[in-house]
Design a protein around this ligand. Structure first.
Ligand SMILES: Cc1cc2nc3c(=O)[nH]c(=O)nc-3n(C[C@H](O)[C@H](O)[C@H](O)COP(=O)(O)O)c2cc1C
Length: 193
């Protein structure tokens, strides 16, 4: 099963990187699959550790998908890394093996520590809708603009019905982002093959 997390990693100099990542979940082992061009991949290769943060605050996914962000965080317990203040719970992991076949690495990690900060509330449809919208926002250069518009319209209905203010704001941020992002068609025009 894939669980959507905010993955924190550190570079050798100690700079923290925050990125939404869907990870293959296991109790003792978690598999991270970063594209080779990501900072996450470079950090995992160079420092061999990460923190898998689980949060119900979808604003972090919206902001992480649309910009290079820093969030409030505190030092992890066992690995060299940080735990999000907004985390409900987290896993600290160490890299065990890495297959860096392009385009996407497969990084097998061992869970070396886990912690809980606060309750994770039950399912909320708007939160899931925002997650889907965040993933679409990372694919504007790959998908036709019309498809993005249609999917956003469908997801907005769910947000309107079931969101709280945080989810509404996160959806608004993503909507604004995809409106101005280069689409697959526009990217093609800008750089014809
Ligand atoms: C919910 C969600 C899940 C994502 N999962 C992955 C993933 O598994 N692998 C990946 O390379 N990018 C994934 N992304 C896209 C990355 O978050 C995005 O490319 C990010 O810019 C990479 O960040 P980095 O260069 O800071 O590591 C995901 C995005 C979202 C919104």
């Amino acid at each position: 099963m894939i669980i959507e997390s905010i993955l924190t990693t550190m570079d050798p100099a100690g700079k923290v990187n925050f990125a939404p990542m869907g990870v293959e979940w296991g109790d003792a082992e978690i598999v991270i699959k970063p594209f080779l061009e990501t900072t996450t991949f470079r950090n995992l290769r160079e420092t061999g550790a990460a923190v898998v943060n689980l949060t119900d605050d979808v604003m972090l996914f919206a902001r992480g998908a649309t910009s290079d962000v820093q969030f409030p965080a505190a030092p992890a317990s066992v690995v060299r890394g940080v735990v999000l203040e907004a985390a409900c719970s987290w896993r600290e992991v160490e890299v065990r093996s890495m297959d860096a076949t392009p385009p996407r690495a497969r990084v097998v990690t061992t869970v070396v520590h886990r912690g809980v900060r606060r309750e994770f509330l039950g399912f909320n449809r708007a939160r899931h809708a925002v997650l889907e919208a965040a993933i679409l926002a990372t694919r504007t250069h790959l998908l036709p603009a019309e498809q993005i518009r249609e999917e956003f319209a469908r997801l907005q209905v769910i947000v309107d019905k079931t969101a709280g203010p945080r989810e509404r704001d996160a959806m608004a941020l993503l909507t604004e982002y995809v409106r101005s992002a280069p689409t697959a068609a526009r990217a093609e025009q800008a750089a014809p093959r």
